[in-house]
Design a protein around this ligand. Structure first.
Ligand SMILES: [Zn+2]
Length: 326
């Protein structure tokens, strides 16, 4: 594996912030907005501009997320917009809307100051991030045996990894488009904290390497008839972000490799936490699935079962115990 392509860029971080403030999708997290509201407010004109942004952004959907960050790091030019955005759509008018909103907020002092301070904090941790990035490669290398089963084992390491401002409980990442992003601390961070952020990069990069749909369909013929039926049913579901059964399966694989193996996250505690918060049914299902399936990962990783045995028992267990569970 060659070097990872980290991108520390204030423009991209700023766009990500506006994206968050706009709340254009129900999957957008609101932690950044809440942090901003602690120090400032959003007035009526701001609100209007954020609405314009959200309407334009909605047309580009999730797969253009990384493309928008590239547009930002290339300086928000029309050229960069046309080059990066993949969509058969009137790009000029979308560009005008999005750029107009960016320009508006670029001269809004409180917001610019807020973003500047946060990114200064990120840059203060940059050295540590670069040092700890070796744990990403180690995590991916350890995961290869499983990744080969459910995806392609060649990762394009030149994929951009955008580094954004993270705060409070907002340390997720994303893999929507040709690259990923992760969030790192805006406060001076310990080595252990930064290491924990790197687990998110492992998580998102593994998403990029998997092709669960293709692989499950290629294993269909070695399965028993009742499992075959369920596989066919799952393959016919439409792929919508994390909502389909195969999406749940993919998250189980990714969380096991990244958060559990690499991040040493406690499975029982995590299940309990999500059950108590009663907010994320998908996460409860994913973590219950991890509990059911991890013993199989362990045995395959330890060389106790062959690839075919692993695939058969994994798919049987998944479709018997996790598929469409509540
Ligand atoms: Zn994920």
């Amino acid at each position: 594996m060659n070097n990872l392509n980290f991108i520390f860029d204030r423009n991209a971080d700023f766009l990500h912030l506006i994206d968050n403030l706009s709340g254009w999708s129900k999957f957008v997290k609101i932690n950044d907005k809440n942090q901003y509201l602690e120090v400032s407010s959003i007035n009526q004109k701001d609100e209007k501009m954020l609405k314009i942004y959200a309407m334009a952004r909605e047309k580009l959907k999730w797969p253009n997320e990384i493309a928008l960050f590239k547009w930002a790091s290339d300086g928000f030019t029309l050229d960069a917009f046309e080059k990066n955005i993949e969509k058969d759509i009137d790009k000029q008018s979308l560009y005008d809307d999005l750029k107009g909103v960016i320009d508006y907020f670029k001269v809004k002092d409180e917001l610019v100051e807020f973003a500047r301070k946060r990114y200064d904090g990120v840059l203060a941790n940059k050295e540590l991030v670069l040092e700890e990035s070796k744990s990403i490669k180690i995590g991916l290398e350890k995961s290869m045996k499983i990744i080969e089963v459910f995806g392609e084992n060649n990762i394009n390491m030149s994929l951009p990894i955008y580094i954004f401002s993270g705060h409070g409980r907002s340390f997720g990442g994303g893999a929507n488009g040709n690259g990923i992003y992760i969030k790192v601390d805006i406060e001076p961070a310990s080595r252990d904290l930064i290491k924990a952020r790197m687990v998110v990069a492992v998580h998102e990069l593994i998403h990029k390497m998997l092709n669960v749909r293709n692989k499950v369909s290629s294993y269909r013929d070695i399965m028993s008839n009742d499992i075959k039926e369920k596989i066919d049913e799952a393959l016919n579901e439409k792929m919508i972000k994390d909502k389909t059964e195969l999406g749940i399966m993919e998250e189980i694989i990714v969380y096991t490799l990244a958060e559990v193996y690499q991040g040493k996250k406690d499975i029982n505690k995590t299940i309990k936490r999500y059950e108590e918060s009663q907010k994320r049914d998908d996460l409860i299902r994913i973590w219950r699935g991890i509990k059911i399936l991890k013993p199989l990962f362990d045995r395959f990783m330890a060389g106790e079962i062959t690839k075919e045995e692993f695939v058969k028992s994994f798919l049987s267990k998944y479709f018997e115990k996790v598929y469409k569970s509540k």
